[in-house]
Design a protein around this ligand. Sequence first.
Ligand SMILES: Cc1ncc(COP(=O)(O)O)c(C=O)c1O
Length: 369
Amino acid sequence: MKIEELKTPAFLVDLPKLKTNIRNMKERARLHGVCLRPHVKTHKTAEIARMQTPQEASGITVSTLAEARFFQNAGFDNITYAFPITPNKMAEAAELTGRMKQFHLLLDQRETARALENYGRDNNVCFSVFLKIDCGYHRAGVDPSKLGSVQLAEKMQASKHIQFKGILTHAGHSYHCRNREEIIGIAKQERDVMVKFAGRLKQHGIVCEIVSVGSTPTAVHTPGWQGVSEIRPGNYAFFDKFQTDIGSCGLEETAAAVLTTVVAHYPQHNQMLIDAGALALSKDPGAVHLDDEIVYGAIPGYPHLKLFSISQEHGLITSEAAIACDDFPVGSLLQIIPNHSCLTAALFPKYHVVEGNRVVDEWRPMRGW
Ligand SMILES: Cc1ncc(COP(=O)(O)O)c(C=O)c1O
């Protein structure tokens, strides 16, 4: 099948680019001497996860228990559920713990540690758990400068129903950067905060088996991960316009695109309608800290075209100069590189895997919570 035969909107995965992105990150992890535990929420497919890990026994990261179950069923048995556990998910987490060689949770609240301890005692389970650290993003995690954070680790270590696995952070503030130099600064901060806190824990007799960090921007540009044992980037498999804008990759490295059809021209408004709206691209506004003019994706080959408005199924493109309608006839196809490929991928029930113009495979991601 050729790309032109697909019904639009369709989610395309460029296989050669995907393979290159995966190979490059493996190489980076090897060079820096850290384990790569890719975050598979970006694509949620067993096919890509298998390409990212040397064997199914090697670790992956997920963001929901439904993902953990899906990947466990696909043969993965070393999974970190990298979202703080809550009491209403402990029964399912316990069941998954029993089904895998390694299943790791994380927490950053005393109440959660207490609830997990109680659940473990009442149900005779020992959970493997990371303490989540805030390395500067301020989304989740304990403040590593506070004594209470050390005390929480001590509490976890002392519990009979918690195996203290180590410390974990996500430098999501790397997405606020404007260039490579700024990303390197955040990568250093991410490493330094974690290594310093691991050292502090050691002084209190607490050993971190794993020091886990990782975001795609910092994983791409880090000068070194000394003292870190694993990294968990995810977005690097596809990259996207956001990563391009902040300097993590070039637009030509992006491996995911939405195929869309030109539906109509409205020369009176200098606009062109496409069949990719918010349900095909997500409404992620992109790197607005760099440019406050919002566009909902990049159109390779046509940098003058701006996808400036999207509603549920409609997308509207304009341009500073008059759009040459003859260059984009009604029924012709365009490819849009999404602002945030993880959100965009999550909108599609299947991915069309392409090599050049040919559709060579079809992958079905997991869906649901
Ligand atoms: C806890 C955690 N780890 C790792 C990642 C992967 O980072 P990235 O999406 O930058 O590859 C994320 C992404 O949000 C995350 O939340």
